[in-house]
Design a protein around this ligand. Sequence first.
Ligand code: NAD
Length: 634
Amino acid sequence: MAERLNVLGVGVSAINMATALATIEGWIASRKRHYVCVTGVHGVMESRRDPELRHIHNSAGMVTPDGMPLVWLLWASGHRSVDRVYGPDLMLAVLERSVERGCRHFLYGASEATLARLQANLHARFPGLDIAGTYSPPFRPLTVDEDAAVVEMINAARPDVVWVGLSTPKQERWMAAHRDCLEAPVLVGVGAAFDFHAGVVRQAPRFIQRSGFEWLFRLTMEPRRLWRRYLRNNPAFLVCLAGQKLGFRRYSLEFGDQARGRVWQVVEPAGSSGVTDHRDPMPIGLRSEAASKRKERSILGDDELVVVTGAGGFIGAHLVADLLRRGHQRVRAVDIKPLYEWFQLFPGIDNRRCDLRGRDACYAVTDGAAWVYNLAADMGGMGFIETHKAACMQSVLINTHLLLAARDCGVRRFFYASSACVYAADKQTSPDILPLKEGDAYPAMPEDGYGWEKLFSERMCRHFREDCRLATRLARYHNVYGPHGTFAGGREKAPAAICRKVIQAKLSGEPEIEIWGDGEQTRSFMFIDDCVEGTQRIMHSHVEEPLNLGSDRPVTINQLVDIVEAIAGVMLRRHYLVDAPKGVRGRNSDNTLIRQRLGWAPSISLEEGLEKTYRWIYDQMTGIEADQSAVVSL
Ligand code: NAD
């Protein structure tokens, strides 16, 4: 990989046209998957404002200096061989050389009319050019199913390079989101190149392109679209750059996986090795075959088998209900508990009791599955996880064996339920703490026991994705509550425990309640319906990194008690047990990333969710108190 220069936190590659071409051709030959960001001042400034976009740039295989200011900066830093790698020129150069090499191209972006003109012009210019397909996306977000169909169409066309002609930052986001599911080794975002080569928009003459004033030319061509961009970005760029150069501002360069040299790996062809790995039940050749048969599709067919582990538990059971509501006919629900202890039991599906810490059990339950939702874990509320660390950590056996089984049985998508307990304790030391961003999990110092196991298993998912091409999706749940969950016995969480205690006080006529800690520790609480909806959205998305899934409304435990008291219509005397397990001092979810990536975040109010939870627990305590399970017919 070429060296990178830190320009306001964006690593710009020290390259010229020749090295850029050689790099792209190398990726095509080796089938290594990368994407290329063609970036000028506009891209750098957008990335400065948006950490997600910055991460996308820094995860790219190459960030080309597409603008003289970036070239000048690279020259000034000693990279004298660097030259401008202008998107439209890069496109022509790659296309020209690919004719004799027999490479295939796909064009994604622009209007149908522009694409038709672009194709005609390119064919006229490069006879024999292989354009395997084109697609003009509508001016609205694609639905999950539409997007999956487009991915399938592009993969079916078998291009070597997908050219993406959307504007910045749309095209960068599109490339990052689709990198894992597209089989083409190279994606390049070239923006206006489509319009230029189609002859729809005039390019600046060469001398202007080299002068550093191309922006002025483009402004005169498209003033209404571009004036705000240049007026805002150019002066701000100079000010920020001066700050960086003079040392007033520091911009760290956080590289993503690709820039560090790690790439999405391609599985060796089936049968390449006759060696048997004695630790695994399937020979390596067959394993490769299973993986290579795996097609990354976002659609789960109604008749395909979906497995939910931990289905006898709280969230797992709600998820099974949701899958059945969505019309999935083949659901396998798995849990270690006897069926009569399951919170919800759905007749007519494949309900299985087994211990998923065992490897054979994991292979048996994933056999034939298309998607797996892994929610099985030995866990509970603070009272449980602070006193059962060894038990919590053994869930790593469930996750390890399920991932191996999913890899070998050709599972297409694997969901892992992680937790806010992965976050470093030193970021949660006061009640009014800043909401936790996904990046705050590192440097790692998670909750002892349970949190370490969750973080380790997150990393395992990531490496199975990178090394074995198993598509994994991860949610970090923040305190989920709702009906059909534990509310007594030691594993219950704060909302259910407080509902139970308030109900007990109301029924007994003893107007008192015990509260663990001083009641001023803060948390955010997500209602189960939001949790299920978010889980499905994450599972159906192209987002591969862990996403927070939680409410971003922090409340103290005292405020939680206030709400439950109001629902119950009582006021209780509060006794604070300051030595009881209480976890971190403050925790809240930062939902910026999930909003950016999915356009959605949990929204059900605590009052509404607690009302439903309280009513259900009340019914359990006054009616079928001895039996928490329920057989449900949908
Ligand atoms: P839960 O305890 O109600 O459900 C987990 C289920 O896993 C239980 O029914 C349990 O019997 C089952 N299980 C445990 N060990 C097993 C094994 N060896 N083999 C098969 N099944 C086994 O918990 P939940 O609240 O539904 O949580 C589901 C997932 O979400 C868990 O992975 C949990 O760590 C995670 N999570 C939950 C919350 C929350 O607030 N509820 C927060 C963060 C993360």
